[in-house]
Design a protein around this ligand. Sequence first.
Ligand SMILES: [Zn+2]
Length: 329
Amino acid sequence: MESYFIIDSHCDTIELIADYGLDVFHQQKCHVSLEGLKIGRVGLQFFAAFVTPRKKHPCLQRGLELIKAYQILMDNCSESFMPVLNFSDINTARSQGKIGALLTVEGGDVLEGNLHNLRILYDLGVRAMTLTWNYANEIADGVLENDSDRKLSTFGLKVIREMNRLGMLIDVSHLSEKGFYSVLETSEKPIAATHSNAWSVCPHPRNLKNDQIVCLAKAGGVMGINFYPPFLSKQYADINDILRHIEYIAGIAGIDVIGFGSDFDGIEETLPDVCGPQDYERIINALLRLNYKERDVKKIAYENYLRVLREVLINGEQSEWSENTIENN
Ligand SMILES: [Zn+2]
């Protein structure tokens, strides 16, 4: 299949860079490498600043350390990466032969309950935020708060409205079910579950139930298939399990809700046959062998995420997205 690229909505590579220095990236000790991104035709990679509450790190300070690591990566690899700050930047990066990089924060704990911090993060280039990790914070509860009955807090409602206003993608991966539906009710823009799979295929608390997937699709949202083996299968997992999740989700909610969110560098093990972005072509070819139409494979690869980002991100001064740029690259 010609003229496609990949949008991957989650990796934790900048955490490794923050903790061990840029060498871990250049020495290819991460799942994600420049070569791998290029071989895998990744045109837009989300880079998450993962802020889990840690006693030794105040959350905002930790978030800023991670954002600094992202900026170091962008400066050091400016010939290969282009930070995406508005929708047209995705197009510009493609036309310059660069990989777009979208900075996200994973864990709304980073806000420390203060809406001003959200605007500061936006000014630093953050364009998406995962509202919670697995536990409760000022915004809502995470998936491991068993039997959580809590919806979005009053602060959480304000965060959703402000993210809509600023042009930031709301990420509901890791969020409790009640929180999930509360976000869907509140957000005026489509949302994403950037790295979550189907619970009915693999009953893990991090995966989404059928109703969640159907409601996400109805609201025009997207979910990124996560490549972490325990989220894909209760037993041995390989590339076929990625396909099983895609098949299942397409069956209950349609193709338009499916994207990729590998979780590379946030997972301690990978599949044997999908070890980094260099293996994306293998997934694309497997879908084509299953007789998915090229049109549908392109939706999963990048078009569904483009549709959502076009709605969410502010448009830049540069030209609108042009299909020609995809075809020419
Ligand atoms: Zn995560």
